[in-house]
Design a protein around this ligand. Sequence first.
Ligand SMILES: CC(C)(COP(=O)(O)OP(=O)(O)OC[C@H]1O[C@@H](n2cnc3c(N)ncnc32)[C@H](O)[C@@H]1OP(=O)(O)O)[C@@H](O)C(=O)NCCC(=O)NCCS
Length: 178
Amino acid sequence: MIEKKTLEGQNVSLKSLREDGDLTNYFKGINDRELTKYLEAGKKRHTVKDLQDYINRMNTSKDHRLFGIFLNKTYEHIGNITLDNIDMSNRKTEIAIFLWSHHGKGYAIEAINLLVYYAFASLKLNKLYAGAVVQNHASVALFKKCGFEEEGILKMEFLKDDYYDVIRFRLLKSGFSR
Ligand SMILES: CC(C)(COP(=O)(O)OP(=O)(O)OC[C@H]1O[C@@H](n2cnc3c(N)ncnc32)[C@H](O)[C@@H]1OP(=O)(O)O)[C@@H](O)C(=O)NCCC(=O)NCCS
């Protein structure tokens, strides 16, 4: 285990997940074909054991951070957010988010802002990047809203029923204000 952390926002908090915790909402969300249609995770069905193994891998790797997104009022687990491939030699990492319920309430924006601040202030990173399938309008709008800029188009980057182009976004520390 790298470090147990809670990042508290106004409406949501980001908390480390436990393999033996309640994964009911996560299991339902990750296996929802519509919600995951533009995600790598949506390419297969996941068992509870798959989720436990993933949590364990993420929690024991210094190159990754996985947080659950929880509502402050009810403690409901509404999504996950990650930093992947943390590259300390170049001070950069990839950020991704998946919210399976309570859409359109600004919770994704709040979660991204909490993790971005943690990445820049605590991990001392300099650059965050993210990928969104061009057709994933919610994700594209979300990253723009959070101040990310388009870095380019990755052609035929994502394959599911067809090939999809992916917009690569970046946020530099110098461009982030809280
Ligand atoms: C992408 C996702 C996290 C957005 O969640 P959300 O609850 O809609 O996010 P927020 O309420 O914080 O809204 C963020 C902004 O996104 C935009 N947005 C949200 N849904 C949208 C949609 N369907 N179409 C266009 N814009 C949308 C809005 O501009 C919104 O800001 P505003 O309402 O203040 O103008 C969520 O839809 C999701 O998890 N989808 C499935 C997984 C996924 O695609 N993840 C991203 C891959 S990295």
